[in-house]
Design a protein around this ligand. Structure first.
Ligand SMILES: Cc1cc2nc3c(=O)[nH]c(=O)nc-3n(C[C@H](O)[C@H](O)[C@H](O)COP(=O)(O)OP(=O)(O)OC[C@H]3O[C@@H](n4cnc5c(N)ncnc54)[C@H](O)[C@@H]3O)c2cc1C
Length: 463
């Protein structure tokens, strides 16, 4: 089988991989970008068709553990950036200081990198009318004296219409290809990574092979450690997955708050951040029906009353650690995560606070995603919510995974402060795996910041 050589190969085209490929190509380096998913055009955002084609396993994946945590990842050109809400945060300074102290992460003075990314991706406030469901969070927070913010997005708004989310295929991947130096191959799943002649040889499930002196793994927080472990690189790899455990509650209001073109809700309540945050999710009828799967009363009402309903969430700063492991005979990993009592307690407290806020804004009934929980219609009923969610009944999910190959100089970090896999020259990690712990905010901004800064360091050192 013939084997091509490339000076730089990036595996995975999500925010980490796209940022890396963009900077390499812009700086005159030839790069091959390999992506397992396809490039689907014309799919309606947040539709069932999109879930089928752009989500890994159609969005149905879960950790092993009790309670299990359902999680969602993109598997498409552009990775998670193509399916997410585009809500942007910088990493909170208090969290980054912890990364410096506990993980020995160096050179975190990255404000100029954040500014560059914000400019490149048109990060800013929403300039089209905000949805009524999202505004409920701001109203409720104001009346309780809690802090709420309108989170900026990577989005270009026009005078009419919804505008365009600035996904990786619309920004960094497009710009990388326009240089003529970045070749993109979709439908290629890398399964083999092995050292060869001072560099790296890679092999895909589709039977292609390449070699390179500089290999950047950007497959996300689950598939980067899985790929490494599959190929015998296991030291401190995939031992410390962190996430934001999330519990949802569906609210029914007396008036309409939802519509087919509701758009992305942008408000978040930050009064208790970074320990916990509240927000509003996309709440199309399909999402509401899924939320009602073990809430018969909710499910019965979705068809006729969905315009008066919206889904809200509490996410907490995950403090437990999950593991990513290979499974003999399987091409996918086993992902375990032990939800701690502390997390279950914080989720219960957060749920109580969020329900209080929603009742304050006039919600008539609240349906928490807790099996067997009766709908809550008053503050008195709210008092009966248990002080800790139980392992048997909590239905948890997350869209935020990170920390499976934490970055820093401390011995327990498999990757140094700049994305180099320790002990494996020429092998770099530039994705969500690098974050030392859960950041307590939507993570894509931080992932891109670290990938950007690491690529600049790589370029500086190699000229
Ligand atoms: C529904 C949803 C909503 C979200 N909303 C927000 C939000 O509003 N704001 C925010 O900041 N974050 C949000 N996130 C999280 C954010 O999208 C992710 O944190 C981010 O995409 C992770 O970037 P990454 O580069 O690490 O990996 P990914 O985006 O997961 O990209 C990895 C890519 O690598 C590919 N790949 C994996 N294995 C291989 C292999 N072996 N060979 C070749 N290719 C491979 C995958 O197909 C994928 O395309 C959301 C996520 C989801 C799912």
């Amino acid at each position: 089988m013939s084997e091509e050589s490339f000076p730089h190969i990036v595996v995975g085209s999500g925010p980490g991989g796209a940022t890396t490929a963009h900077l390499l190509a812009q700086n005159g380096k030839d790069v091959l970008l390999l992506e397992e998913g396809s490039h689907h055009v014309g799919l309606e955002s947040f539709s069932p068709q999109e879930m089928l084609h752009r989500y890994r396993n159609g969005g149905i994946t879960a950790t092993v553990g009790k309670p299990l945590v359902q999680y969602v990842e993109g598997r498409t050109l552009g990775g998670g950036s193509e399916i997410n809400s585009g809500l942007y945060h910088r990493a909170p300074r208090s969290i980054v200081e912890r990364w410096e102290a506990d993980f020995g992460l160096l050179e975190t003075d990255w404000e100029n990198v954040c500014e560059q990314i914000e400019s490149d991706l048109s990060v800013g406030p929403m300039t089209i009318p905000l949805s009524a469901a999202s505004l409920k969070l701001a109203q409720g927070a104001e009346s309780l004296g809690w802090q709420a913010t309108e989170v900026p997005r990577w989005h270009k708004y026009h005078e009419t219409g919804p505008g365009e989310r600035q996904t990786m295929t619309r920004t960094y991947l497009k710009r990388a290809q326009e240089t003529g130096r970045c070749k993109v191959e979709t439908g290629q799943r890398v399964v083999g990574v092995s050292p060869i002649d001072g560099g790296w040889q890679i092999r895909t499930a589709q039977g292609r092979r390449w070699k390179t002196p500089h290999l950047f793994l950007c497959c996300g927080a689950v598939y980067t450690p899985f790929l490494l472990r599959t190929n015998g690189i296991t030291r401190n790899v995939g031992d410390s997955l962190s996430l934001h455990p999330t519990v949802k509650v569906t609210a029914l209001f007396p008036e309409e708050v939802n519509s087919r073109d509701m758009g992305v809700p942008v408000h978040q309540v930050k009064e208790f951040a970074p320990t916990m945050s509240f927000g509003c999710s996309i709440s199309q009828p399909g999402h509401l029906a899924l939320a009602g799967l073990d809430q018969p009363d909710l499910l019965r009402r979705v068809g006729a009353e969905w315009k008066r309903m919206a889904i809200y969430y509490v996410n907490v700063l995950g403090t437990s650690h999950g593991k990513i492991r290979t499974v003999p005979g399987s091409s996918d990993p086993a992902v375990s995560y032990t939800v701690t009592l502390r997390e279950l307690r914080e989720l219960a407290l957060g749920l109580k606070r969020l329900c209080r806020l929603l009742l304050e804004t006039g919600a008539q009934a609240l349906f928490p995603s807790v099996t067997g929980q009766r709908p809550i219609t008053s503050l008195t009923e709210l008092e009966n919510l248990p002080p800790v969610l139980t392992r048997q009944t909590a239905r948890l999910m997350t869209v935020h995974l990170f920390g499976s190959c934490p970055s820093g100089e401390a011995p327990h970090c498999p990757v140094d402060s700049f994305g180099n896999l320790k002990g494996h020259s020429g092998l770099h990690i530039h994705d969500a795996s690098l974050l030392c712990t859960a950041p307590g905010v939507n993570p894509q901004g931080t992932i891109m910041t670290m990938a950007y800064r690491n690529t600049m360091k790589f370029l500086e050192e190699r000229g």
